[in-house]
Design a protein around this ligand. Structure first.
Ligand code: TMP
Length: 212
């Protein structure tokens, strides 16, 4: 079973992914891999450093697209495909929908080109379920201000960028209702976690047993 979490920065998706992983591990159906993008392998983590480094001002939008995709190609071949082949559970904090939302809708790169590059980088591997934790752009700003600290290269993009990314995510979710669950992220952590757990159980109540 392959589950992905998506959402704009500060949406709380990483917290929610961790809570779900804890729940799935406690259930003990199958080993659970918890990985993040960009990252999850030594090579992908190095690409992440380049992508998020605020001093890399000259990084072009196309290079950004290819580096996120390169990181993903490595993660898919080294971790995701082998784990799924063994019948294990993979929970990934971000996946190809991030590239469609951020580089496609956010940066304005050609959506058809992004779709094709995503298909190559993932070798056609698609999540069984994608949880989109949706928050407003006003909420992103409030959370970032409350948290303080320096913004990374991606987070330094402005409000309009995040409006486009959020709209992009909602458009992708509408295009793929069979795999997306859209969760209102402006609520208490426990309420959100409960909704996500319910969605996973509704769709894949006994995931490991289906594969035996
Ligand atoms: P994170 O904050 O969830 O760890 O993600 C790192 C940043 O990279 C975040 O701002 C979203 C961005 N990103 C993209 O722009 N495209 C992608 O394909 C991925 C995976 C992340």
């Amino acid at each position: 079973m392959f589950l992905t979490f998506e959402g704009v920065d500060s949406s709380g998706k990483t917290t929610q992914a961790a809570i779900l992983v804890e729940f799935l591990r406690a259930r003990g159906d199958a080993p659970v891999h918890f990985i993040r993008e960009p990252g999850g392998t030594a090579i992908s983590e190095r690409l992440r450093e380049i992508l998020l480094d605020r001093s890399n001002l000259e990084l072009s939008e196309l290079t950004e697209l290819f580096l996120f995709s390169a990181s993903r190609a490595q993660l898919v071949s080294q971790v995701i495909v082998p784990a799924l082949a063994r019948g294990e559970i993979v929970v990934c904090d971000r996946f190809a929908d991030s590239t469609t939302a951020y580089q496609g809708y956010g940066r304005g790169l050609d959506l058809e080109a992004v779709r094709r590059i995503n298909g190559v980088a993932t070798a056609g591997t698609e999540p069984d379920l994608t949880v989109l934790v949706d928050i407003t752009v006003g909420e992103i700003e409030a959370r970032k201000n409350a948290a303080g600290g320096a913004k990374d290269r991606m987070e330094s993009a402005g409000r309009e960028f995040y409006e486009r990314v959020r709209r992009g995510y909602l458009a992708i979710a509408r295009e793929h209702p069979e795999r997306f669950v859209v969760i209102d992220g402006i609520r208490g952590v426990n309420d959100i976690a409960q909704d996500i757990r319910r969605a996973v159980e509704q769709r894949y109540g006994q995931p490991h047993r289906e594969e035996k």
